[in-house]
Design a protein around this ligand. Structure first.
Ligand SMILES: *Cc1c(COP(=O)(O)O)cnc(C)c1O
Length: 246
């Protein structure tokens, strides 16, 4: 597919997703402005990622820290996008990742949270983080069990000082692999209930719920998602050719 055609297709896909998110919000009485669409660009190269930004996407998600760094450095997007790291982060990659001022959705250990906090203080920035919870009960899935999330937040209750640090602002959840939408909805409800419980217990606001992907974002929105992470749906019609693939 030519470059112009793929840009047009991405713009069309973006508009369709924005509209579907709007409808999903409206059908459960929610304001669509309260739902951030994160365009998950892990499937495509930097130029194709740029086309998604040109189409109007202001938030980009990557699973791998190195990919996030490369795109953040390569794309002339300063000030136009906010990066989201949605996959596992190793502690030795925290420093460089924080230079891209991301939201980190995938905090899955005490050690990682502490490292992000230390590094954020050193860089004098505030880093919004979400704790990844495994609500599917599938041990092969990433994220902490609900009990472990609770233990982690018990040990890390304080909001950062003005000078910087990690600010825990919610939870990230994924439905189990191959889960049907009705079942996914139950899992998203579990994530929301856990969030409500933790918020009540600690008194610290946890406004963000990052949940919902291409196949199940409507169910996630119905259960209170404030961030949906949408990838393949945005690249429909352009992922067939090898030229845009990473
Ligand atoms: C790849 C990925 C997504 C996007 O999934 P799609 O089904 O392609 O929309 C969302 N969240 C995480 C954590 C991912 O790794």
């Amino acid at each position: 597919m030519s470059d112009t055609n793929s840009r047009l297709r991405i713009a069309e896909n973006w508009r369709a997703v924005v509209e579907e998110v709007r409808q999903a919000a409206a059908s459960t009485g929610r304001d669509p402005a309260g739902i951030q669409i994160i365009g998950v660009s892990k499937y495509v190269d930097a130029a194709t990622t740029g086309a998604l930004v040109d189409a109007g996407c202001t938030d980009l998600g990557e699973s791998r820290p190195q990919q996030l760094w490369q795109k953040a450095e390569f794309l002339p997007l300063a000030g136009r996008v906010r990066w989201h790291l949605i996959g596992h982060l190793q502690t030795n990659k925290v420093r460089r990742t924080l230079r891209c001022h991301p939201v980190i959705h995938s905090v899955d250990s005490d050690r990682l949270l502490q490292k992000i906090d230390d590094e954020a203080r050193a860089q004098q920035i505030e880093v919004p983080v979400l704790v990844e919870v495994n609500v599917s009960g599938d041990p092969a899935k990433t994220g902490l069990s609900p009990d472990m999330v609770e233990a982690l937040l018990d040990d890390f209750p304080v909001p950062p000082e003005p000078a910087g640090g990690a600010r825990v602002c919610g939870l990230m959840a994924m439905a189990g692999w191959g889960t049907r939408p009705t079942e996914a909805r139950h899992q998203f409800a579990d994530a929301r209930e856990l969030r409500d419980h933790l918020q009540m217990k600690s008194g610290v606001p946890l406004p963000e719920l990052s949940m919902g992907m291409s196949g199940d974002f409507a169910a996630a929105i119905a259960e209170g998602a404030t961030m949906v992470r949408i990838g393949s749906r945005l690249f429909e019609g352009i992922l067939e050719g090898p030229e845009h693939r990473k």
